[in-house]
Design a protein. Sequence first.
Lengths: 201, 201
Amino acid sequence: MTIQDSGTARPAGRPRSEKAEKAIIDATLDLIGEGMGVSELTIEAIASKAGVGKTTIYRRWSNKEDLIVDALSTLKAPLPELSGTSVRDDLISLVDAMRQESGDLRSRCVMNIAMSEADRYPRLMERFLKRAVEPRREAMRAVIELGIATGELRADLDVEMGMAMISGTMLWHTKWGPAGGLAPDLAERVVDAVLRGMTAS
Amino acid sequence: MTIQDSGTARPAGRPRSEKAEKAIIDATLDLIGEGMGVSELTIEAIASKAGVGKTTIYRRWSNKEDLIVDALSTLKAPLPELSGTSVRDDLISLVDAMRQESGDLRSRCVMNIAMSEADRYPRLMERFLKRAVEPRREAMRAVIELGIATGELRADLDVEMGMAMISGTMLWHTKWGPAGGLAPDLAERVVDAVLRGMTAS
DNA sequence: ACGTTGCGAAACTCAGACGTATCGAAATTA
DNA sequence: TAATTTCGATACGTCTGAGTTTCGCAACGT
């Protein structure tokens, strides 16, 4: 009460290790990145990989799902800078960010989880979607709406359909495309293909 | 050796029940359709749901994965009849088949598994892909190539990109579209959107 | 009739993982 | 120094599910 009293009175005793907390979350994400599904993740494996006692985990999270929620929540969406020179360029930037992420094992597996286990762990996904995918959706929506306003894109374009075309085409490549990473120019090719369409002339 | 000797000599004893086998595979697919991932499926749950002893399962499959491989292999791809009147119509038929399947819980969950657990169970997926998705890919590829030949589609169209655009756009809707099923006219809208592209005029 | 094989049910062993409790050591406050 | 809290490690009891075995019965050939 005398010296350190800024807001919350620090209780006596050894303080919790920030490093341990970070190591736990890191280990969790690493294991997810190694292809583990939510139901295959074990607290014991996480503790072991983090070099931490199970106690230290249970002192912070009451169960496995809580831990995973927090771990996924730390994944932020580093949206690319948009040059704004043209809708095409901005879309390419956004799509290329997707391409680069598809090469990262961790992001890739998180995506897998998001797509397949959303039904089973709804509150886990609710939080993750809000944190990680909503910002990207909004960014792309804004670009498309801008394009419609400036006349670069069809005036009668359904914005949701446009997003589905671009993101879906890219998603398809990340899923069923060649194993060894995606070509660097794929983003450009995808955007041009979608902008132009398949019909002749 | 006297009467029934057509090719394989039937061994003595009670023959294996076809019905039990069918019930086992059905129960497996049902549980998958209820949202269970591969690692959450239990032999005991399958046996219980099928009204069958575990023995009967292990007599046929040596482990869980073998059973799931066989179960998924029985899912056939009922490709739609293609009218052949136009590339647009044929594509709509193919995409609408995807839409209808997306409403079926079982197919939906199988798709989830295929997309997220392919890395973890490679031989499971190898077989499933060959059986279930290759035929559809081939059908769509044939339609697109025909369209290029007849001039309905751009001569310089990348066939793989075209497939990615159509299937990916539809995939996007099945994943992040409205919860209560997809609109009946979605296939038509998707195909027209992809054919036309996003660019103005 | 009789031997053989499959059947469902139940009991069993074994491994893995959960979540808790306990330990001595370390870090911090008073 | 004393009290308090966390640390990593380890042991513990419990539970779930894999895969095996046993049992009495049913279905099939000879």
